[in-house]
Design a protein around this ligand. Sequence first.
Ligand SMILES: *Cc1c(COP(=O)(O)O)cnc(C)c1O
Length: 393
Amino acid sequence: MKNLIPLAVMVDDIADALSRVIGNGIAELHEPVFEGNEIRYLKQCIDTGYVSSVGNFVNQFECELANFTGASHAVALVNGTAALHLALKILGVEHGDEVLIPALSFVATANAVSHCGAQPIFIDSEPTTFGIDAVKLKLFLEANTNNRDGQCINKNTGKKIKGIIAMHVFGNPCDVDSLAVLARDFNIFLLEDAAEGVGSFLNGVHVGLKGAMGILSFNGNKTITTGGGGAIITNNSELAARAKHLSTTAKVPHPWEFCHDQVAFNYRMPNLNAAVGCAQLEELPKILKLKRVLHEKYRESFKSVDGVNLIGEPLNTIGNHWLNILRLDEKFIDYRDLILDGLNNRGYRVRPVWRLLSSLEPYKHCERVDLQVARGLEKSLINIPSGAGLLKR
Ligand SMILES: *Cc1c(COP(=O)(O)O)cnc(C)c1O
């Protein structure tokens, strides 16, 4: 009984802090905001008949996305998962290979590896950015791999480790500089899963550009949306050309002939989705500003709440505040689910962080390092409503 009182107070305190910023009533975790040219551009698609894999909005979206991120190239794709799959294929991941990924991520990161017939190896999180811990990864690579003919070989399995996927958790940039050094030293690739990071910068560079390639997502719950959608961004023109070719059935350009020179994918973003994307990109600076204001208001409001901390941006980064994160103090961890229940019952669609990928049925058997930090985060992180439209309620 002793603990029921602090729990009730805890739920009330968090609900009050949320209410001070976003008011009462149902608040979804992340809703899109359509206040620009979305309908106008969609109508143009329908009026001209260009709704599918050919059309000006796809090219325009790629151009403007490259401009915004500072990437030399952007390739628009059907979704972020397809973007990851395609990037892994292009970076040479084959059946029987292994790829180092964070245990704390959305399931798509692991699924993309599986789609290549490869297996993930799960790495622990770094305690401040929540991304892959480069120090622990280095220790793993030093102790468990050999370099054989320029290939990084896992001594435990005899398989080739082809690369690292870094993920920027909830839009907060992780330490890709250290990971890029590791990738170089161990002769493996670095791919950035920046699905959550549109509009996030590390030392002034947009996330996704430190590795060989980066991927973004424009799913309905992400910072900006194309309905469903994703992209590869890269500064390497050869990789970009391959991404474009392989995402468009490897069709050799010709006015009327069907010639395809490889087994490839139909992963290109349709023009309809790109039309929405062009409008959303125009709105992106405004959306980022609103999300920053929301984050700052939350910070002010949660200052007085005992037992939780609002997580801020890591050092030298500008985050997009895709999802705001509360971390429960140790003493409240056992009550996490009751806190989630209490807040959801009041209409606040708060969510726990993902279950560690290493504990999911399809990935239980995969190799992993000690995941102590990730396990702590799994138990203590809660996402609170974060859409840019919440301030106007
Ligand atoms: C959203 C997300 C993806 C996948 O994006 P989709 O567009 O939904 O396929 C991949 N990785 C992470 C970390 C994500 O959050």
